[in-house]
Ligand binder design. Structure first.
Ligand code: ARG
Length: 601
């Protein structure tokens, strides 16, 4: 169903068309803060210049046109159906029944205020809509999301946390919009680090079982040794080459530590509630590399330069240098860009996606620029030119010193330690706020875990993903302010209010929007716009902002009007229905952010 602003935009578009004004300027949007009107259309200003007319005059003609126009869908029908606004077709409202006022503000804005009956009717429709006003996209379109990106044998760190959290949320958004989504963890399981471990095991003459603890020790040791000693590095390279050439013994060993490593990763991802459909890695691209390289060479797209095989991806209108993508180094080794290109071929073959979205550190933006250009220029797979390749980059999570987040000792902060830290803090916060007091140990633990994950995820997602942010465990776990725990608390509070009112199913009564309800009602009605905005730009923070506003608005609504004590039965039911709708929307958004809400707190 169209959103409130879409409905209004349609009305304005009709007026613009009738007046021969460019219809793209007819867009209606929610008014900015502190403005008297609920909505605005600023199109008259944009039309005025080319027409050399006074914008206020144009605005007046638009208003006149709207007020004098009677949509052909009989206004007469409205009378009969008006008794139950929630089932009334919004399009059959007459203009007089829609607009409380249309007025000109400033140099020529059109200020729009709606009739409460119209808001009630819209919200009634939204409340019965299964998908909260979001049209389900046809299931045929597939979106591949590449997130998580942990590396074998290395501990997952805060960078992987960001990728996992944002990627998981984006996957949920696309799911909600009806796309078919594939989340791929895309592990780093194929480069020189693999050879470092293999050669280290060989030097140790170790052929026993491999454990995670062991890997955690071996890898840093091997990596340090390789850095220091060219000869040692040569061994690692040789082992990598042998592995990539399919050496049986090495492949078996490699498989062993991959499995151990994945087990460790899964623990982290489970704790976060992050899921993947595919557990693929760079190694899965391997079979596609040789044929791809041959093909690109034969068509002259890839050529030799200084012994290496490269693809020139620069464009004439580049304003910064985009260096060529190196497919093969002079020693024949493949690079990160090579596996990423080959992975696109794999994904095209298995999924024929509409978009491939990479949720990866913003510092890799040049890498993705090169890969995307090479993929399109080299037409590496049929249909590639119809696929949207998107790098949804994110900034760094910094410590209080403004530098990338580290442990107190200055080491890399492991993801599992970070989660543990969150749980500890969340437990303390629950104690402080005297919440979860009368729960048994198991439920308390569960609530603390949910609070901790809500804190971590919301603190991350609420920032525009490109921006860096400061990790502040005290602030993010607080039950006050723009935090995950605050939203959980509000959701649970509404839950218990509804329980107290004895409501356990959808309230089937019309809304009756009055002064005390209007702000909340309008905000609830804006969900579809915010959702679409978040989806369009792959920016979950838009939903975080909205959820926070909604929770705050609910708080003032709750404080300012009678609900359970309301004597007018119709108003009381309408308000309870507003509570129910707020609860439903908060839960939906938290779910979209990957945040679980406890039954009680
Ligand atoms: N493993 C990489 C890292 O830790 C991230 C992989 C991202 N995905 C990709 N297709 N390149 O930086």
């Amino acid at each position: 169903m169209p959103s409130l602003t879409q409905n209004l935009t349609e009305i304005f578009e009709a007026a613009f068309t009738a007046l021969d004004l460019p219809v793209q300027h007819a867009r209606v949007q929610v008014s900015g803060q502190g403005q008297d009107a609920q909505f605005q259309c600023n199109g008259a200003l944009a039309c005025a210049k080319p027409l050399k007319k006074n914008p206020r005059e144009i605005a007046q003609s638009i208003i006149d046109q709207i007020q004098n126009c009677h949509p052909d869908q009989g206004d007469s029908r409205v009378e009969g159906s008006k008794k139950d606004p929630s089932t009334t077709d919004l399009r059959s409202f007459s203009r007089d029944d829609i607009f409380e006022s249309l007025s000109i503000g400033g140099p020529g804005f059109i200020n729009i205020t709606l009739k409460d009956e119209y808001i009630s009717a819209f919200l009634g429709k939204l409340s019965t809509d299964e998908n909260l006003g979001i049209e389900k996209h046809s299931d045929a379109e597939t979106i591949v999301l590449d997130y998580g990106g942990p590396n074998i044998a290395k501990a997952m760190h805060v960078g992987h946390l960001r990728s996992s959290i944002i990627g998981d949320s984006l996957r949920r958004l696309y799911d909600y919009a009806g796309y078919h989504t594939i989340g791929d963890v895309h592990m780093g399981d194929w480069g020189t680090p693999m050879g470092m471990i293999l050669s280290e095991l060989e030097l140790m003459k170790y052929d026993g079982e491999i454990t995670m603890e062991m890997l955690a020790e071996i890898y840093p040791k091997a990596s340090a040794a390789c850095k220091e000693d060219e000869g040692r590095m040569a061994l690692a390279r040789e082992a990598t080459r042998k592995l990539q050439d399919g050496d049986t013994e090495y492949t078996k060993r490699w498989r062993e530590f991959i499995d151990v490593s994945i087990e460790g990763m899964k623990k982290n991802f489970d704790a976060l509630g992050v899921h993947f459909d595919e557990w693929k890695g760079e190694s899965d691209a391997h079979p596609f590399i040789d044929p791809m390289v041959e093909d690109l060479k034969s068509r002259g797209i890839a050529y030799e330069d200084d012994g290496a095989l490269i693809i020139d991806v620069s464009k004439e209108d580049d304003n910064k240098e985009v260096p060529p993508l190196i497919l093969l180094k002079s020693d024949g080794a493949v690079l990160y860009g090579t596996t990423d290109l080959a992975t696109i071929i794999d994904r095209m073959k298995s999924h024929v996606p509409k978009k491939i979205i990479y949720i990866v550190d913003q510092r890799q933006s040049l890498h993705f620029e090169q890969v995307f250009r090479a993929a399109k220029k080299g037409e590496i797979a049929p249909g590639i030119n119809h696929v949207e390749l998107i790098h949804a980059g994110f900034g760094t999570m910094n410590g209080p010193d403004g530098k990338p987040f580290k442990t107190r000792a200055g080491g890399v902060m492991k993801l599992e330690d970070l989660i543990e830290m969150g749980i500890e803090k969340a437990t303390a916060r629950l104690d402080e706020a005297e919440l979860a007091k009368d729960m048994d140990e198991e439920e308390r633990k569960d609530v603390a875990h949910k609070v901790a994950i809500a804190a971590l995820k919301f603190a991350d997602l609420q920032n525009n993903r490109i921006a860096d942010y400061v990790f502040d465990i005290d602030r993010m776990t607080s039950f006050e302010g723009k935090t995950g725990p605050y939203l959980l608390y509000q959701a649970v509070r509404i839950q218990s209010l509804l329980k107290k009112a004895g409501i356990d199913k959808h309230i089937d009564a019309p809304y009756k929007i009055e002064d005390a309800d209007r702000e909340l009602a309008l905000l609830l009605g804006a969900f579809p716009d915010h959702f679409k905005n978040a989806l369009k730009h792959n920016t979950p923070h838009v939903l975080c902002d909205y959820a926070y506003k909604l929770a705050q608005e609910f708080s003032s609504f709750y404080g300012n009007c009678h609900i359970l004590s309301e004597s007018d039965e119709v108003s009381k039911l309408s308000r309870l229905k507003l509570c129910q709708q707020t609860h439903r929307q908060l839960l939906t958004i938290l779910e979209l952010l990957g945040i679980q809400v406890p039954e009680r707190m």
